[in-house]
Design a binder for this molecule. Sequence first.
Ligand SMILES: O=C(O)CCC(=O)C(=O)O
Ligand SMILES: [Fe+2]
Length: 204
Amino acid sequence: MPLLPTFTITYAPQRLSLPDADVYLLLRFIPEAEQASLWQRLQQEIAWRQEEIKLFGKTIPQPRLTAWYGDAGKSYTYSGLTWQPLPWIPVLTQLREKLLSTTGISFNSVLLNLYRTGQDSMGWHADDEPELGPSPIIASISLGQERSFHFRHRIQPDVKQKLILPSGSLLLMAGQTQHHWQHQVPKSAKPLEPRINLTFRVIR
Ligand SMILES: O=C(O)CCC(=O)C(=O)O
Ligand SMILES: [Fe+2]
């Protein structure tokens, strides 16, 4: 299997050495002292739901809880369903503003994922829906249990990069990343604590 250069962890934003991709990791986007209260607010204030998905003609519950917030009118079509976002609430508006001051990007929607245990996961996919435009920009914040995050190249699926996303980190995916790469959060056989992930997006 072709090996990509090892990714070294620092606390400055780092660009990953992935070919055909623009991916940056900032490990301490949410300071440690703020993580517990943010976690608590998100757990309590978000309208978490377990949605169903159709897989090979069968309807099954998604292996995680989700919620969708954003500007009115910015709907999103995904798995054949069109989702209307819930209106912004202060805890999410504050994070959106923090992202604006850090990245200069004004995000208008956010998909939240709650991975309850190591058995919750997200399968291989790319966030390349037409409403995300030709170069989707996604800002992904992680809180709680650190989890593995894998990239694989679309036309050379044995070219992979594996990361750990720790609590407080920000992963930015931009440019042509979604065209050339897929990503996943695999299940873990180990018992794991819950993790909340927020993926802020720009819907056209
Ligand atoms: O949980 C994560 O880190 C990834 C979530 C994700 O890929 C998505 O919401 O599209
Ligand atoms: Fe994704």
